[in-house]
Write a protein that binds this ligand. Structure first.
Ligand SMILES: [Zn+2]
Ligand SMILES: [Zn+2]
Length: 171
């Protein structure tokens, strides 16, 4: 399957020939910290199957084992693009979040579950707003035929507000 991907600002884009059966969700603490999210999903893809446009910056992470992994990201917008072998890239672990068709690429396995967030499995029971917290609540995931229920609560998408303040340097 051929997939396009890009960073948020568009300075870096790629097309990749991927195997949808290889998508995995990683719950390791590095993925949590790098991504700022409770877990990260990746698609391991041979480097020769990826055509990259633009020059990502690399941060080299040294594991306890001495293993060196380059974490590639856009220097302009910070979007994480992939991780790979620091010295001789062989496989790029493409970050699912920058892939256009990510909704059609569910993970087939989870790894590093011993450090997964214990509350992840409870998310399904929480109210599911269509957009911000003042938007309609959708039917529970998987429920058929549910109509949005409108609730009037203050607040908007926190990201909308963040985007209005000037950048404050690297986090
Ligand atoms: Zn960018
Ligand atoms: Zn990980």
């Amino acid at each position: 399957m051929q997939i396009p991907g890009r960073c948020h600002c568009g300075a870096i884009s790629f097309t990749a020939l991927i195997d949808p059966s290889r998508v995995i969700a990683c719950h390791c603490t590095d993925c949590q910290q790098f991504s700022g999210a409770p877990f990260r999903a990746v698609i391991p893809t041979p480097v020769e199957n990826v055509r990259l446009s633009g020059a990502p910056r690399h941060y080299v992470k040294v594991a306890e084992s001495g293993n060196r992994r380059a974490q590639a990201f856009c220097a302009e917008c910070g979007t994480q693009l992939y991780a790979t072998e620091a010295e001789a890239p062989r496989v790029l672990n493409l970050r699912l979040g920058c892939v256009a068709e990510r909704a059609m690429l569910p993970p087939r396995a989870q790894i590093w579950c011993e450090s997964s967030m214990p509350w992840l499995q409870d998310l399904g029971a929480l109210p599911r707003h269509a957009k911000g917290t003042s938007s309609p609540v959708l039917a529970p995931a998987g429920a058929a035929g549910g109509r949005p229920e409108v609730r009037n609560r203050p607040g908007g998408d926190p990201d909308d507000r963040i985007q209005q303040v000037p950048a404050q340097g690297p986090a």
